[in-house]
Design a protein around this ligand. Structure first.
Ligand code: AVJ
Length: 324
């Protein structure tokens, strides 16, 4: 059964997400304009990302799905049954069922900032697993989240697939990993587990193609952020004057997405004036790639001890089981 989600997003009298407005305004005031990647995922952005996962060039979803399909017996052995699966982000129609079928959990709790998308995917999942208790929670999981009373006292498995952790700089990723520990009851001595996907460093051409596909879907995903700002923050960004840019930053081991001005532009957002000269960019996303060691180091810094690691056949992507 599907319980009503709990709305925890802070909106002002006009329904504007306060955190979104503050992040956008602060980001546009910087010399290198930058907006945190999580704002790419409104309902339209989440849908576009689902489209990205089906692209030929975008290998991470297929690679991670391959691991989930191949290792179900090992998951059952190492994780066991009867846990409450807490997914950080509302589940995809492909990956989450693979995990749930492997470990037969007591409950499934998807956490997502995007309420409509959350309820849609939770409903689809509840239909696939009629006997499973599904408790969607609309929340920003960067902070500690209070889980529904129904799963208190049940051992937790956190599930954070997709290498979403790669969207964060190390400092933020560590904060998130620690919040997850708290959300999952580590401080109450519950010894939660975490199953986390982390994409791996590889050939630059493969990486850049994955984030700049021939059909331009990733470009639409990136430009949707500008459209969202115009829609939700009474913005006047001339979207036609921006182009999608994806490039590998070798020093930081990450793919960066930017929106680049193709001419000088001036616009307002939420009543504030901004300008960009030709060639200037808004940095919209980082997608960090890991090595075995850098992945382990990050997890340890966040309070998680890696226990087991799997990769796909081609060694492109890793899935790591860690314990608090
Ligand atoms: C959702 C973070 C896994 O970084 O690969 C895909 C987002 N951005 N194409 C990624 C994304 C552009 C994606 N994650």
């Amino acid at each position: 059964k599907t319980e009503q989600g709990i709305a925890l997003v802070d909106r002002d009298e006009d329904g504007v997400d306060r955190a979104f407005r503050e992040d956008v305004l602060a980001g546009l005031r910087q010399r290198q304009k930058a907006i945190p990647a999580r704002w790419l995922y409104d309902d339209a952005g989440s849908q576009l990302f689902e489209d990205i996962t089906e692209l030929e060039e975008y290998y991470p979803t297929r690679a991670e799905t391959e691991i989930l399909e191949a290792r179900s017996t090992e998951f059952a052995e190492l994780i066991g049954t009867g846990r409450a699966v807490v997914e950080f982000g509302s589940g995809s129609s492909v990956k989450t069922p693979l995990l749930l079928r492997a470990i037969d959990p007591a409950a499934y709790v998807p956490l997502d900032i995007s309420g409509d998308f959350l309820r849609m995917s939770a409903a689809a999942l509840a239909e696939k697993f009629p006997a499973l208790n599904v408790y969607p929670v609309e929340a920003d999981f960067m902070r500690q989240v209070e889980l529904p009373g129904e799963v208190l006292g049940t051992k937790k498995l956190g599930f954070f697939p997709g290498s979403t952790i790669g969207n964060m700089v190390a400092r933020t990723a560590v904060d998130l990993l620690r919040s997850m520990r708290a959300t999952l009851g580590a401080e109450e001595g519950e010894m939660p587990l975490l199953l986390i996907g982390m994409d791996l460093v590889k050939d630059r051409k493969v990486l850049e193609a994955a984030y700049d596909d021939a059909r331009g879907v990733t470009g639409e995903f990136n430009l949707n952020l500008a459209r969202r700002i115009n829609r939700e923050l009474s913005g006047g960004i001339p979207v036609d004057a921006l182009r999608h840019l994806a490039r590998w930053n070798d020093d930081y081991a990450r793919i960066e997405m930017h929106l680049q001005a193709v001419r000088d532009i001036a616009f307002t957002v939420a009543g504030e004036n901004f300008a960009m000269s030709e060639g200037e960019t808004i940095h919209t996303e980082n997608s960090h790639k890991f090595t075995r060691r850098s992945a382990n180091t990050l997890l340890l810094a966040g309070g998680w001890a890696p226990k087991k690691r799997w990769t796909d056949e081609q060694g492109r992507f890793s899935l790591i089981l860690a314990e608090a």
